[in-house]
Design a protein around this ligand. Structure first.
Ligand code: SF4
Length: 497
């Protein structure tokens, strides 16, 4: 069995929004479950909740994959019928730990009614808290980090053994170590339904921005070897995937080892991926300006597969705040990179991440951020009020911007971004756009829907006889109507690939 998670949201790991929901999962393949050696009557069901960034959504899919592969477990969206509950946590948001323990309190009640229920906590809070989780919540059976999720089957077996041997004195099973990048060697072959897939190419981050917990919870940057990445993409493309989204906390810092021991950098990887048969579109998330090198910008001139959309987090428009954040670049560097890219791809759509109200942010610093947003005219962006993350250097800084001021600044900033998003969507009317056709619209079966380069959903009427020909293809659509800030309607012009 294999499960793959799809979620089109692009987020910076640093300021990722809490999704806090069960990830979308593919239905089980009847054929594969029929062949499973596992007795159907004994099949266990697993329920997962996911908080945080795209990496966590990807990891949740892999947790389901490993338990499906090793124990024949099926995915359920109904917590009441689950035998195993997994919580994939995120420590980016404020009071993350408390939110985890309060959710665990609810799960405890379920376990009181069903003592056989197995509860696991993974992700960044698990990594930070370690055995503290089981001290505070002794009914938790398994604690694992982002780098040890592949050991879930082992942890699950150990936890069941403990339950049999000493049901009253269980200590649970914990593994929050950082065992290099071995996790990928133990994950089942990727399988998909649909035309888009995420491929994790590196783990962790070594940038140590002063506000961010990722280097402490996911460890330092480690890249997967080039051949492993390409083998996974090959396999996905053979199964019909047309769009690959390369994933990593600091994805453009990729430095994967080649067969001959030399190092493949991110721009070179983009070239390799573009040559995989069947891959028509490439995206990546999330990038750091320090690693957005000229060879990556040049790739936009050379590779039509690279979408005309770039998510490049900047966090602030003030050099003083960037220095306090330890971002190690200036606004001029960022603007220069964007201008170079625009010279190559005038139609590039930009998005970014911003933290509003960082310690020491003056009114002038905030105005600089607003001005940057207006100058670069971002297509859309994610923006959040700063709040302390325990254990980070910024947590030691005096948080001298009042919450009221932070809220007012955020509202003002978001208005600029929302206006820009709306204007950009309206501007699409009358233009043609490239769309990956994905499915028949649920509520409007006379329409097919797909995604444009700039992540807008595009719907267009189609000839039913041509449906199979169109699904999974890149087509050109002339946009005729604005539907919503993230959706437009149009008419099919031609099939492109
Ligand atoms: S680049 Fe900075 S914000 Fe992004 S994950 Fe690394 S440390 Fe966190």
């Amino acid at each position: 069995m294999s499960v793959t998670v799809f979620n089109p949201r692009i987020d910076d790991a640093a300021v990722a929004n809490t999704i806090a929901s069960t990830p979308t999962v593919t239905a089980l393949n009847e054929a594969s479950s029929a062949q499973s050696p596992v007795n159907k009557a004994a099949t266990k069901k697993v329920f997962v909740t996911t908080q945080g960034c795209q990496m966590n959504v990807y990891d949740s899919g892999k947790m389901l994959d490993v338990l499906g592969d090793s124990h024949g477990m099926e995915v359920t969206h109904d917590i009441d019928e689950a035998d195993v509950l997994l919580m994939n946590t995120c420590s980016i948001r404020e009071k993350a730990q408390e939110k985890v323990f309060s959710e665990l309190g609810r799960w405890r009640k379920l376990k009181e009614k069903r003592p056989d229920l197995v509860i696991g906590v993974g992700g960044c809070v698990a990594s930070q808290e370690g055995d503290n989780i089981q001290k505070r919540a002794p009914y938790v059976d398994m604690v694992f980090g982002p780098q040890t999720l592949h050991r879930l089957p082992e942890l699950y077996d150990q936890s069941n053994e403990q339950r049999e041997i000493a049901p009253k004195n269980r200590i649970g099973t914990i593994d929050v170590s950082f065992p290099s990048i071995e996790k990928f060697d133990f994950l089942p072959e990727p399988r998909v339904e649909g035309y888009k897939a995420f491929v994790s190419i590196m783990e962790g981050c070594s940038k140590y921005c002063s506000f961010c917990v990722v280097p402490y919870t996911r460890g330092e940057e480690l890249s997967r070897p080039l051949d492993d990445v390409l083998a996974e993409i090959d396999s996905l493309a053979e199964q019909g995937v047309r769009e690959i989204n390369l994933l990593g906390q600091n994805v453009n810092g990729y430095r994967g080892e080649k067969d001959d021991g030399s190092i493949c950098r991110f721009a070179e990887l983009l070239h390799y991926v573009s040559h995989v048969d069947g891959v028509e579109r490439i995206r990546y998330t999330t990038s750091h300006p320090l690693e957005f090198t000229d060879d990556i910008i040049d790739a936009y001139a050379q590779l039509p597969e690279l979408v005309s959309h770039l998510h490049l987090p900047v966090q602030s428009g003030s050099n003083a705040i960037l220095a306090a954040m330890k971002r190690n670049h200036t606004i001029d560097v960022y603007i220069n990179q964007i201008n170079k890219l625009k010279a190559i791809r005038p139609d590039i759509h930009l998005s970014s991440d911003f933290i509003i109200g960082f310690p020491g942010e003056t009114e002038q610093d905030f105005q600089d951020t607003l001005n940057l947003a207006k100058e670069l005219n971002f297509d859309h962006s994610y923006s959040f009020i700063y709040s302390k993350r325990p254990g980070t250097p910024a947590a030691e800084l005096p948080d001298d911007v009042s919450f009221k001021t932070k809220k007012e600044r955020l509202a003002e900033f978001q208005k600029v971004i929302i206006d820009s998003t709306l204007a950009k969507t309206h501007e699409m009317v009358g233009t043609t756009t490239r769309v990956l056709v994905e499915q028949v619209a649920n509520r409007h079966p006379d329409y097919l829907i797909g995604t444009a380069d700039n992540t807008r959903t595009v719907m267009f009427p189609y000839d039913v006889d041509k449906m199979d020909e169109l699904l999974g293809k890149i087509v050109s659509v002339r946009v005729t109507d604005f539907v919503s800030p993230h959706m437009v309607k149009g008419e099919l012009i031609e099939m492109l690939a």
